[in-house]
Design a protein around this ligand. Structure first.
Ligand code: C5P
Length: 247
């Protein structure tokens, strides 16, 4: 909902959840530029190294670096300064690190892009992982349910000036109701009705995510483990288009 108009291809972000380079190359080919952005996460950062960013960009894709930054403000700020030079379009940070960490990260990314006269990566704040439910949060010592925690964390992150929030599809409408439309929302935990949930607990369909107000959906296994990756992407894009057309 923020800023410039998104194309259909921008709205589906595919998560390359593998730890080896040959899978990345074969997946980049199979996806065949049907979407704009691929998400690279911890498996690839540690399994292949940051050079995987250039591999993916060489196929013409934009990169969301799912770095899930979480540490004291000084450490994360310094890491973000390095990330600012990697040429990625978006980077993720855990909102659990608190306001100061989020603010300092956004500031260093802004400063860097001014110095380099380049577009800065969008900063996306992860709220509560979609693999956790109320029972897990209680066990971790959270007193309130996940929706309360997601809303509190989203509020802190939006105040700190992040560009987007990452949450489950089921929380999008509550976040939009409370905080409006001046920021992006991206939702993992997306499944088609026939898909297994796997380790994800707060899941929903692409149609639900988009109709509740998500800008982007992030999809891993439901696409990359299919025999017909291209056909599944087309199906997802149709579902998104149809839902937005009716919105
Ligand atoms: O395979 P699946 O579609 O469940 O993959 C979801 C992707 O989104 C994974 O790469 C995971 O690390 C990421 N993610 C998530 N929950 C968050 C933030 C990111 O599942 N809150």
């Amino acid at each position: 909902m923020k800023g410039k108009k998104l194309s259909l291809k921008d709205r589906l972000i595919i998560s390359l959840d593998t730890n080896n380079k040959s899978d990345v190359v074969s997946m980049c080919r199979k996806i065949s530029s049907k979407v704009s952005t691929l998400k690279l996460g911890l498996e690839l950062i540690y399994g292949v190294g940051l050079e995987v960013i250039d591999t993916v960009k060489s196929f013409g894709y934009k990169v969301m670096l799912d770095a899930k930054l979480l540490d004291i403000p000084n450490t994360v700020k310094s890491a973000a300064e390095a990330i600012g030079g990697l040429g990625v379009s978006a980077v993720t940070i855990h909102t659990l690190g608190g306001r100061q960490m989020l603010e300092q990260t956004r500031e260093i990314l802004e400063k860097q892009s001014e110095l380099r006269a380049k577009f800065r990566p969008l900063l996306f704040g992860v709220t509560i992982l979609t693999s956790l439910d109320d029972k897990d949060l209680k066990a971790l010592g959270f007193k309130e349910d996940f929706l309360y925690s997601v809303l509190s964390l989203a509020g802190i992150a939006i105040d700190a000036g992040v560009d987007g929030i990452i949450c489950s599809p089921n929380e999008v409408d509550a976040i939009r109701q409370k905080f409006g439309t001046g920021f992006y929302i991206a939702t993992p935990g997306i499944r088609l009705p026939e898909d297994a949930a796997g380790d994800q607990k707060r899941i929903n369909t692409p149609e639900e995510a988009m109709s509740r107000g998500a800008d982007f959906i992030i999809v891993g296994r439901s696409i990359i483990t299919r025999k017909d990756v291209g056909g599944t992407i087309d199906l997802y894009l149709e579902k998104i288009e149809r839902t937005l057309g009716h919105a």
